[in-house]
Design a protein around this ligand. Sequence first.
Ligand code: ADP
Ligand code: MG
Length: 691
Amino acid sequence: MTSPRKILIVDDKAENIEYLRALFVSQGNQVITARHGAEALIKARQDMPDLIISDLLMPVMDGYTLLRHWKADQSLRGVPFIVYTATYTEEQDERLALNLGADAFILKPAEPEVFLQAVGKVRLRDPAPPSQDQPPPSADDPALLRVYSETLIRKLEEKTLQLEETNRALQRDITERQRIESNLRESEERFRGTFEQAAVGIAHVGIEGRFLRVNDKLCEITGYSREELLWRTFSDLTMPEDQQLGAKARQKVLAGEETSYALEKRYLRKDGTAYWVSIITTLLRNDEGEPKYFISVISDITERKNLQEQLFRAQRLESIGTLAGGIAHDLNNILAPITMGVELLRLNPTSDKAAGLIENIERSARRGADLVKQVLLFARGFEGTRVAIRPKSLVREVEAFIANTFPKNIRFVAGIPLDVWPVQGDATQLHQVLLNLCVNARDAMPAGGELHIRLSNLEIDEQYAAMDQTLNPGRYVAIEIEDTGVGMERETLDRIYEPFFTTKPKGKGTGLGLSTVLGIVRGHQGVIEVSSQAGSGTKFRVLLPALADDTPGNQIAGDGATPTRGEGETVLLVDDDSTVQAITRQTLEAFGYRVITADDGAQAMAQFAMHAAEVALVLTDMVMPVMDGKALIPALRRLKPDARIIVTSGFSADLSDERLLELKVRHYLAKPYSASTLLKVVHDALTEKFT
Ligand code: ADP
Ligand code: MG
């Protein structure tokens, strides 16, 4: 084995030097470097190399000049000189170099093999060990031949060992690299897993606000597809009123005042519906501290917000009730001496005029006392006698009153089925409830309209109660009072039950009507619901617990006969509300159906494609993320034109005749629904004959 060669590399470009250094060091050589000809001469004279490889175009002293000096130097001229050039590549350049005494002329860039080969061809000044360059001894000298062979074998062994060592080093390198790579891959997968399967929306957002990367959950929350989101910015999703919030917070973080911010604001879904989100955003900076991008975690908090609002409203009502109760009490104390005084005065009126005045005072005092009674009713709740009442007779009484006193341009329509269950309560108070609601309806229809009163039995089972959390399971009588009047804005709707809240002119409204209604309904363990829209009427629904009626022959029956059971038919149930989905599934399964579920239209399409042959019926919600019912139904029909479909929704507009006709759907379920209604509609849809 030769001792390692010492090679002087001259190049003004660091990367060229590094390339050659790596190449030669890997071959077991020692490397010296210089940046130009002058430095090369100095270094070579201090530390004689075995070989010099030089660039041509260099500052201070170029390669040609170096070559001239080299060959003129007694001690250096024997050291092979290789020219390695990228600039002077013409034939005459090579000729000049060779004429000046260069031993080889290599063009850049050269593959390592080419380079090593060319270098290998240069005869080194360093005398090779005798065995290497000497020709094998002649065959007729067996002793010499043995020594020669032994040397060769030893050299071979050394070389093999060296190769093995290099190989091992390489292997170590490769396994290390593989280990690092697999680590990287794992952590990348872990990250992707967390990112994709997170139960919250996660997004990487550019400094200018554009989404760079989003996970599935965020698509679900926003209703946009991934591609659609990547074209949008945070502010595109934000409700105009809430734009400022985020912009300010982002500015603060970018300015370095904070590292992250948390916000609650309103977003608009793709379908235009508003919802509340909580956003936590952190700014990521690079090592130099410059902003790279934001990471935002977004969750839908609409439900929490709604509950909060309900709670606030309830608390406000309660505190107003307490306040009003206190005032009413004081008023009672003020009114008592007046009414008593008036009574005394009436016994002994001083004149006719005085008698008139006294009567007036008495009437006013009585009205005051009535008001106080109403306020106290609201504040303290129901305190009255309870008797069994036929709701039908309540409605008949109100009807008589209306016929006598309401303007003729208001048409009264009563819908009273024969078998309405009785309720228990105070007839006068319940009468007042209906009357107050009807009077409000009248006031809302100054130009006339229709006033409907409907009675119905409503059995609220676990299924229904799970869908409407304000109700406990049980039997109720529903009284609906609906008008076609002016309706209400949201702000009004929020406050209607507050005592003294009125939108009517002074002297016309007291603002006590609905607070009294609420007090009475609650006192009867009932519930009151309202739905209204500005310009399109108002509907109040009062639910009163039905009275258990044990007289034989007058049993409170369910909605009809026992529901028909399924025969193992498969229902594809599509609903994004997990509670509704779960309870509906339970009901259907308990009654002999098989159920496949999907959380949105896209999932439903996938399920349907997989199970098209088995699915006998699709029961789908209308409002869903990703793909709503309106998009799902035509898509289903493309796969199977005669698919049996039931739509369900909490919004009556979704179930209007026009909408159903448009979707070519004949069966629907208004949310919330009871188990028996569900089973009936499912049975009807499954047994419907196509014409
Ligand atoms: P008042 O009738 O004295 O104003 P209420 O408590 O009965 O007080 O009603 C409060 C408010 O609720 C009304 O002023 C009105 O703005 C609104 N309201 C109640 N019922 C209706 C209805 N059917 N249509 C429109 N607005 C209504
Ligand atoms: Mg009123």
